[in-house]
Write a protein that binds this ligand. Sequence first.
Ligand code: HEM
Length: 153
Amino acid sequence: MTPTLYEWAGGTEAFRRLIDAFYDRVERDDLLSPLFPGGVTEEHRAHVTRWWAEVFGGPADYTASLGGYERMLAHHRDLNITPDQRRRFAETMSRAADDAGLPDDPEFRAAFVGYVEWGTRLALANSQTGAEVVEQAPVPQWGWGVAPPYQPS
Ligand code: HEM
């Protein structure tokens, strides 16, 4: 059976390393730090870790205990994210994956940046004041897409 991206990455601990590495960079970043005045809290890091773990096939904790898609959406509304901030966010995620020692095989990283590209573009659109948004939806489930790990039959 093909493992989930969550299992391949190394489970919740690996996602926590990723999110810590990401927000450590965000706190030093000229374009992104203004979105988190006073720094990125432990609570925010813990919540976002649970979001990512769920999306990549881990426990559905963000849905079960944190308010699911609707809560995530509410946090992005009216942030008015700019295209430069979105691009920096996406680049910073890739760097954080290296910092955190996530698997760097082509299959995993293709799926990873696919989600980052998709999610950041949605976040930018949903963050614009007056945007028409999808109000309710499940937390997305991301998979390997067209390039799962090769398993000779
Ligand atoms: C793959 C893309 C993204 C994902 C998965 C994501 C995930 C999340 C989640 C789950 C939360 C809520 C945390 C909680 O429950 O407490 C959140 C909040 C937030 N996100 Fe994102 N986000 C993405 C893209 C972005 C982008 C592109 C930006 C800005 C450049 C951004 C800025 C923020 C900010 C500032 C908050 C906190 C807002 C507040 O405290 O009210 N996010 N994000």
